[in-house]
Design a protein around this ligand. Structure first.
Ligand code: NAD
Length: 510
């Protein structure tokens, strides 16, 4: 079991993590099976009971200690992210900064987000009605490899801040960063086993989804999300699914084209395009299409792939390189025009950023998640067409619009969990904004107050504060009760509403 840093050579019961750029071994971790996963969950259950009973202040102090310990290890974490995932050091540091922002936000906001709320008691106006939020217990977190720290931390920080313990199964491609985080957590939290890591491939994740946990927060592909939901159904374990995306970007004819192009290039190519909220397809008003394309191509040609000063790093997995190549070949076969990069410019783990035009929705590159450094740009005759095509997707995660005064109205028409206006991906950097999607992009929310409440059970309490002469929740009713009820129904809910429930309480008391 982890936390522990593996140093042994690769054996059949250990998983090896390789540097995708050099193919050097970064380290090995155990392959945990159902017995190890169940044992971790049992330990987490003990931790959850004690952690959940603490005050927000006490938990806040410990989470702050955890955050500071993570910040103190930022260099080491960035180096591990760079070596395991392939991303340039600068992107690794940005990822750490964003993850820490969420730890800080969840810590600071948990008490207010989970404060009991008094709500209207409606027609039972002699009652005090409150909603309160309570920790669920043990949360299973399954993470992907593309943002191996930031993405799972969006669940872990919020689950811990809400009073839960966490068992985390990182991607088999990036397990060492998780092991390191668990090691840091073990040193920072007074309680043992609050944040544990189990390692292995899909089978370990499946064991966690089937374990006696109180919720599973899964981030990964839609295909695996379905499998997780099926496994969780055995125990009716609730699921939070953060899945893939095919994020559209719309550029209107009154947009600032230089800014739109700069944002598009970043949004499509950061992390070598391996982000769930990458710009994956662009719809540009016909009047500005050619100028926008020229600007994008100019900016893309100025980028460097690989090396210490490269903006784009190595792709994390060879299977992802194969998917990108397949999408490019499919698009070219169906008539797409390659302006930069292309399938011939793929070399090992490195893909030259590829700009495509003359694309349409028959092509995989416009409908399936490409998850690589590709910018397919489509000319549209109107903004209505842009919206129709943007919404023509089984995914609905992020989106972006670049426009002048009609930008907000345009944004409101997009079927997506999140939209940036005159920017890309910005919602992910605002911790108060809930993050999540619709359709094949999943459901449930991380981040924001909703992301804290996601890891709680909601309890409703109805307290009678005043006894009425007529008690409707009793079989002992006066014989005029039906007549009074008829009158109440008409007055409260019929045409010409004349009374409120409070008026009736006063009437009944008099
Ligand atoms: P993946 O679905 O292949 O794997 C995700 C995780 O699930 C891994 O830890 C894997 O070991 C585990 N797993 C595999 N089979 C399992 C099973 N049967 N039961 C339980 N767990 C199992 O995804 P990936 O390739 O690691 O990540 C890339 C995907 O993640 C992309 O689709 C990307 O868009 C998505 N993603 C989404 C978000 C978001 O917040 N919406 C963020 C980052 C990545």
């Amino acid at each position: 079991m982890v936390p522990r840093m593996a140093t042994a050579a690769s054996t059949p019961d250990r998983l090896s993590s390789y540097n995708p750029a050099t193919h050097d071994l970064v380290g090995t971790v155990p392959i945990d099976g159902p017995a190890e996963v169940d044992a971790a969950v049992a330990r987490a259950r003990v931790a959850a009971e004690r952690w959940g009973a603490l005050s927000f202040e006490a938990r806040g102090e410990e989470l702050t200690a955890f955050r500071k310990a993570l910040a103190a290890h930022a260099d080491e974490l960035a180096d591990l992210l760079h070596r395991e995932n392939g991303k340039p050091e600068l992107e690794a540091l940005v990822e750490i900064m964003m993850a820490l922002g969420h730890v800080q936000h969840a810590t600071a906001c948990a008490q207010a987000a989970l404060a009991p709320r008094k709500v209207s008691a409606g027609m039972l106006a002699n009652f005090r009605a409150t909603i309160s939020y309570h920790p669920l217990g043990v949360i299973g977190v399954i993470g992907p490899w593309n943002y191996p720290l930031f993405t799972p931390m969006g669940s872990i920080a919020y689950a811990l801040a809400a009073g839960n313990a966490v068992v985390w199964k990182p991607s088999e491609l990036t397990p060492l960063i998780a092991v390191k985080i668990a090691e840091i957590a073990a040193g920072a939290f007074a309680l043992p086993d609050l944040l544990q890591v189990v390692t292995g491939a899909g089978a370990t994740g499946a064991a966690l989804a089937r374990a006696a946990i109180d919720k599973i927060a899964f981030t990964g592909s839609a295909a695996t999300g379905r499998r997780v939901m099926i496994a969780a159904a055995e125990r009716l374990t609730p699921v939070l699914l953060e899945l893939g995306g095919k994020d559209p970007m719309i550029v209107a004819d009154d947009a600032d084209l230089t800014k739109a192009a700069e944002a598009c290039v970043f949004g499509a190519l950061t992390n070598a395009g391996q982000a769930c909220i990458s710009v994956e397809r662009v719809y540009v008003a016909a009047a500005v299409h050619d100028r926008f394309v020229d600007e994008v191509v100019k900016q893309v040609r100025a980028l460097k792939v690989g090396g210490d000063d490269g903006q784009l790093g190595a792709m994390t997995s060879t299977s992802q390189v194969a998917i990108v190549k397949d999408h490019l070949e499919d698009a070219i076969a169906k008539g797409a025009k390659v302006l930069t990069g292309g399938p011939g410019a793929i070399s090992g783990s490195y893909i030259q950023p590829t700009v495509l035009t003359e694309v349409d929705h028959r092509m995989k590159v416009m409908t399936d998640e490409t998850f690589g450094p590709v910018i397919p740009i489509k000319r549209v005759g109107s903004l209505d067409e842009a919206v129709r095509l943007a919404n023509d997707s089984r995914y609905g995660l992020g989106s972006a619009v670049f426009a002048g005064k009609g930008a907000r109205a345009l944004a409101a028409r997009l079927r997506a969990g999140m939209t940036s206006i005159n920017a890309v991906m910005s919602f992910a950097g605002i911790p108060a904004l809930p993050f999540g999607g619709v359709g094949d992009s999943g459901f449930g929310r991380i981040h924001g107050d909703e992301g804290i409440r996601e890891f709680t059970r909601i309890k409703s309490t109805a307290e009678q504060v005043l006894a009425l002469p007529v008690n409707m929740m009793s079989f002992r009713q006066p014989k005029e009760a039906p007549g009074r009820l008829r009158q109440m129904i008409k007055q409260l809910y019929g045409d010409g509403v004349v009374a409120k429930a409070g008026d009736w309480v006063r009437k009944l008391r008099s």
